[in-house]
Design a protein around this ligand. Structure first.
Ligand code: NAD
Length: 326
């Protein structure tokens, strides 16, 4: 009888999917009664995680685990080689939150363009309209550089095009013809795109190659007065370098959903700047996004344990080949 551990709270529809599957037992935060996850993992066949770190030390307690599903798409908190070495598959929920994150990126862009936060705060203080010249701008006619043309970046590109923007795309792993075929301008040299863009939006995974990619030289290559959006991962950004660029005005403003260290325990310099909007890693967490991620996570684990593997959702597919060859 498959036993599934849900490490973190997930949407009730995902739990219902697990509870209603005959022959499956479920251990979840509501029944854990403070027991450490390492202990709960003994005898588990499947594991669903949201913000939990999955490392080698934790996996040492997993005596029969076959699949881990990360609720979402970023898996930088999971030690993939450690899972692969143990023959455990890592799955994600690929399409569940892409539209939610793309909308959030556009929300940050439009909020910064129209200075919604300071203007709204001013009205609450009794200030009606800012006197003199308005520093707001139309996004129509502006140029956006989308870095990373995956599930989220493609959607952001389409939304930006719908707003009448010129859309440049930089993704060294996607053929230029594919980007052009989708109706956008492919930029091979990243810095050429940075120099041309009024708005830069980042949609790449955080890994050894991309960590701190938004560093001093990236920021210096940006057009003076441009805006940076980061709804991907805080670790992609050298935060002190971004604070310096925002303080000097070289980067006019930033909209970020993610910070280098999460959760934020006390305010960091970036969030204290007036030209920054920060949201607490909630881009994917709409009602629909949370529901889809939970239901897809449950389905991924149940189907995997039933031998019906959705290969598109598996990260370390070499594990599947190894288990077939056994
Ligand atoms: P994806 O895997 O579909 O797309 C990532 C794209 O980035 C790929 O096309 C890849 O080729 C490209 N890429 C990799 N390295 C690059 C580089 N150096 N320069 C340019 N492009 C590069 O992933 P996705 O579903 O679009 O998600 C993107 C990221 O967004 C995730 O990895 C995750 O970190 C983040 N995310 C954040 C939230 C949130 O709540 N804020 C939610 C979901 C995803």
């Amino acid at each position: 009888m498959p036993h599934i551990v849900v490490a973190d709270p997930i949407h009730p529809d995902g739990m219902e999917r697990l509870f209603s599957t005959p022959g499956v037992t479920v251990d979840h935060p509501g029944t854990a009664a403070g027991r450490p996850l390492a202990e709960r993992l003994r005898g588990a066949d499947g594991l669903i995680v949201r913000g939990t770190v999955v490392d080698d030390a934790l996996l040492a307690h997993a005596d029969r685990l076959r699949v881990v599903c990360r609720h979402g798409v970023g898996y930088d908190l999971v030690d993939v080689p450690a899972l692969t070495a143990r023959g455990i598959a890592l799955m994600i929920t690929p399409e569940a939150n892409a539209a939610s994150v793309a909308e959030h990126a556009l929300m940050l862009m439009l909020s910064l363009a129209r200075r919604v936060v300071p203007v709204s705060t001013g009205v609450r203080r009794g200030e009606w309209r800012v006197k003199g010249e308005s520093p707001t701008f139309d996004v129509a006619g502006r140029t956006v550089l989308v870095i990373g043309f995956g599930r989220i970046g493609t959607r952001v590109s389409r939304l930006c095009a719908a707003f009448g923007m010129r859309v440049l795309v930089h993704d060294p792993y996607i053929p230029a013809g594919t980007i052009r075929g989708a109706g956008f301008e492919a930029v091979v040299e990243r810095d050429a795109g940075l120099a041309a863009a009024d708005i830069v939006t980042v949609h790449v995974p955080s890994n050894d190659r991309t960590r701190k990619m938004v560093n001093e030289s990236f920021l210096a290559a940006m057009k003076p007065g441009a805006i940076l959006l980061n709804t991907a991962r805080g670790t992609l950004v050298d935060e002190p370098a971004l604070v310096a660029a925002l303080t000097s005005g070289h980067v006019a403003a930033a909209g970020v959903d993610v910070l280098t260290v999460e959760p934020m325990v006390e305010p960091v310099p970036l969030v204290g700047l007036d030209n920054v909007i920060v949201t607490p890693h909630v881009a994917a967490s709409t009602a629909q996004g949370l529901q889809r991620m939970a239901v897809h996570s449950a389905a991924n684990v149940l189907d995997f344990l039933d031998g019906k593997v959705d290969r598109d959702a598996v990260i370390n597919t070499e594990v599947l080949a190894a288990s077939r060859n056994k």
